[in-house]
Write a protein that binds this ligand. Structure first.
Ligand SMILES: [Zn+2]
Length: 71
C-alpha cells in the first residue's frame, strides 16, 4: 500500500437492536449501533418482522382494531 494516503480503518464493535454483536472494520472508527443485521433481517430469517417502535403498532390496534370485526 502507498504510504500516507489510506484512511485509518480500525476494527469496530457492532451492536444490533436484536442483541447480536459482531466485529467489522470501518473508517468510522467508533462502535456502531445498528437496527437490523443478518441475524434478524427478514430476508435471512424468512419470517415477517414487525418493528414496534414505541408501541406504535399497539396504539394503532387500540384505536382502529375494532374496524373490520364482525358484530
Ligand atoms: Zn439483528
Amino acid at each position: 500500500m502507498k504510504a500516507d494516503i489510506h484512511p485509518n480503518y480500525p476494527v469496530v464493535a457492532v451492536t444490533c437492536s436484536c442483541g447480536n454483536k459482531f466485529e467489522t472494520r470501518s473508517t468510522f472508527g467508533k462502535a456502531l449501533a445498528i437496527d437490523v443485521c443478518n441475524e434478524c433481517h427478514p430476508f435471512y430469517t424468512g419470517k415477517q418482522k414487525t418493528l414496534d417502535t414505541g408501541g406504535r403498532v399497539q396504539k394503532f390496534a387500540d384505536r382502529f382494531g375494532a374496524f373490520g370485526k364482525k358484530a
